[in-house]
Design a protein around this ligand. Structure first.
Ligand code: ATP
Length: 173
């Protein structure tokens, strides 16, 4: 499975609907400090089920909703959709026959969250478990945030254990 597209609306600094298409090979996002590059990584973690605000650099989960700017007032909902292309038959169980698999998370100011796979409502568990198994879970080794490479390199062996266990698929047990 490969990342194909990320769509954001009302998530952090993304007031307008914004789509990132990831083509073959490596995609790079460049921009000045504070323009929202790390918000994109936060969106990927969040849509894959992250439930701890600190892991998406927020104080409370509703802080991921666009809070307003000079140009626009606050929004009441944030929505992120991540689309994978199933090009290697490695899709989560039950989705092997789909060419594309999209995962959506929506949240409102009252704290309510909705999860969808291919636009059909599902449970957080239905997203978190299969994608964790693929190494793409919200805290998976496959998403390496700014500054984390240095942290891994400096970590003590027992601190690196979690990363190794996740790569080996051991974190599900
Ligand atoms: P750096 O290069 O410094 O790491 P960056 O490009 O990664 O920065 P981010 O940290 O992703 O930038 O984005 C920070 C911006 O997102 C700030 O301008 C902040 O005000 C804005 N932001 C974060 N949360 C919200 C929110 N809920 N509503 C509106 N804007 C937000």
């Amino acid at each position: 499975m490969k990342l194909k597209r990320l769509e954001l609306i009302g998530f952090k600094s993304f007031y307008d609907k914004t789509t990132f298409d990831f083509s073959e090979g490596i995609s790079t996002i460049v921009g000045p400090n504070g323009c929202g590059k790390s918000n994109i990584v936060d969106a990927i973690r969040w849509v894959l089920g992250e439930h701890a605000p600190s892991y998406v650099r927020s104080k409370a989960l509703e802080d991921v909703i666009f809070a307003g700017s000079d140009a626009a007032g606050p929004l009441g909902m944030a929505e992120v959709t991540l689309t994978f292309v199933n090009d290697d038959g490695n899709a989560p169980p039950g989705y092997e026959s789909y060419v594309e698999i999209s995962v959506t998370r929506r949240t409102y100011r009252d704290g309510e969250s909705e999860f969808l796979i291919n636009r059909m409502p599902c449970r957080l568990k239905d997203i978190a478990e299969p994608f964790l198994d693929m190494g793409a879970g919200a805290r998976g080794y496959a998403i390496v945030q700014q500054g984390k490479v240095g942290e891994f390199a400096k970590a003590k062996p027992d601190e690196n254990r979690l990363i190794i266990e996740e790569a080996a698929g051991g974190t599900l047990f």
